[in-house]
Design a protein around this ligand. Structure first.
Ligand code: PLP
Length: 491
């Protein structure tokens, strides 16, 4: 690595990205390429001779960018956001520049110490109880994704139970979530060796805004106990993926604690917004849970990846995940005065994520971060109000955070095609057609979910560059496409 060459190429890459951000709105938000497009464009084998940065950037422009879905576009409303920012992006660059592998304290003391400090800062911003911080004998760790956070905690819980009940009881351990819990939970449970016949996906209903009811949890647990099974783990979600539903943490934890279960709170998306004092009540009850995680890369101006996991009992993780080979032994570890994060997670090598999070917090400050999140919630409220005013649409569940779930309603279709009755399936088909009609043009991008048989369109405000006029534009476009799609149905 020649520093002067690095400087030269570094400027070129930053210039390239700056131009990308300047022209971001010109690209179709959802990539318009067909599967296999890239193989047709790139050579069959790797180049044997070096190519210049100039050539590589030209290839990126012509071959790679057409295959990108532009998550940073201000017209992006799909899935949940992947929040970018100057500080996040440059923090990531610095972390890659140092390229340290901070698996234990001695391998890069700053990486470990900064992570413990930043995690405590975050706990403080979220008003988490002291028991989730290092001074309260808990603590936080940064991982890549929520999947890793859940797998880590479920594995720790499993081992705690197996130590108590014996290794043969693994087939009896049961895990609980709702039918809205993210699929990563059941994937993690499977990897952790829990029998798929012991996964409970408890039904939720539209009348309860798809949140998990404590009494439903209790009856599922009681039924399992009668069958000689052992309740192990509950995932409660704050901000479910389909509709941003909020499970009532306090009452759910009360039920789970009666049976000594581990409770993990998955707040992958919505946890970010809970740094705003007026939204903090959404995680009330978290003090009774064992672990809590949120994805800062979703909505905290921190680029991918950065999942923040807080645990009350790090020893449960360490007991299950620690390794101590000769080649990693060192005096600092022997003193037991340091955190060796390799023992809190699945992998050994780990990235210096705290550097980018620290840069984000320092560059913007807590007040700005809160206002940034509020601005997205306000834009979602504005969008929801516009939807409510157009009689052709309905809000499927009340808005939660910055996610609006809506659809064309049955009465609009009935009125338009002059029919007396409309099956749910037909309504779903029309909404699916509407969504595809909008997305295929590439001006905005939204995604859908199917909840309780209802096909709903999700409008998730959260891209860093989105402003009110983008939302106004999006709504106008949705209305225009609805007119076309409904118009096709008129006799
Ligand atoms: N949990 C919830 C509620 C989510 O919405 C998501 C992703 O959107 C996940 C978990 C999975 O997150 P990750 O991709 O970080 O594993």
């Amino acid at each position: 690595l020649d520093p002067e060459e690095f400087r030269k190429q570094g400027y070129m890459v930053i210039d390239f990205l700056a131009e990308y951000y300047k022209s971001l709105e010109e690209y179709p938000v959802r990539s318009q390429v067909e599967p296999g497009y890239l193989r047709k464009r790139l050579p069959e084998s790797a180049p044997h001779k070096p190519e210049s940065m100039d050539t590589i950037l030209k290839d990126i422009q012509t071959d790679i960018i057409p295959g990108l879905t532009h998550w940073q576009s201000p017209n992006y409303y799909a899935y949940f956001p992947s929040s970018g920012s100057t500080a996040g992006l440059l923090g990531e660059t610095l972390a890659s520049g140092f390229n340290v592998v901070g698996f234990n304290w001695i391998s890069s003391p700053a990486a470990t110490e900064l992570e413990t400090i930043v995690m405590d800062w975050l706990a403080n911003m979220l008003n988490l109880p002291n028991s989730f911080t290092f001074s309260g004998n808990g603590g936080g760790v940064m991982m890549g994704t929520t999947c890793e956070a859940i797998l880590t905690t479920i594995t720790a819980a499993r081992d705690t139970f197996l130590n108590k009940y014996g290794p043969d009881t693994i087939s009896k351990l049961v895990v609980y979530g709702s039918d809205q819990t993210h699929c990563s939970f059941f994937k993690s449970a499977k990897i952790a060796g829990i029998s798929p016949s012991n996964f409970r996906t408890i039904k939720t209903t539209r009348s309860n805004s798809y949140s998990l009811l404590p009494e439903s949890l209790k009856s599922a647990i009681e039924a399992d106990l009668k069958n000689g099974l052992i309740p192990l783990f509950l995932v409660a979600t704050v901000g479910t993926t389909s509709t941003a539903a909020v499970d009532p943490l306090g009452p759910l934890c009360d039920v789970a604690k009666e049976y000594n279960m581990w409770v993990h709170v998955d707040a992958a998306y919505a946890g970010n917004a809970c740094i705003c004092p007026e939204l903090r009540y959404m995680i009330n009850g978290v003090e009774k849970a064992d672990s809590f995680s949120f994805n800062a890369h979703k909505w905290f101006l921190t680029t991918l990846d950065c999942c923040c996991l807080f645990v009350k009992n790090p020893n449960a993780l360490v007991r299950c995940l620690s390794t101590n080979p000769e080649y990693l032994k060192n005096k600092a570890t022997d003193t037991q005065q340091v955190v060796d994060y390799k023992d809190w997670q699945l992998t050994l090598s780990r990235r210096f994520r705290s550097l980018k999070m620290w840069m984000v917090i320092k560059s913007y400050g807590v007040d700005y971060l809160r206002n940034f999140l509020r601005s997205h919630v306000d834009m979602a409220i504005y969008f929801e109000q516009m939807v409510k005013k157009d009689k052709r649409f309905e809000i499927v569940v009340p808005r939660s955070f910055a996610l609006v779930c809506f659809r064309v309603c049955a009465s609009a279709v009935i009125q338009c095609c002059g029919q007396k009755f409309l099956e749910e399936e037909k309504l779903n088909e029309i909404n699916s057609e509407l969504l595809e009609s909008i997305n295929s043009v590439g001006k905005i991008y939204m995604t859908h979910s199917l909840v309780d048989g209802i096909f709903l369109i999700r409008f998730a405000v959260g891209a860093t560059l989105t402003e009110v006029h983008h939302v106004t534009y999006a709504w106008k476009l949705i209305q225009e496409h609805a007119t076309i799609v409904l118009g096709k149905r008129s006799p």
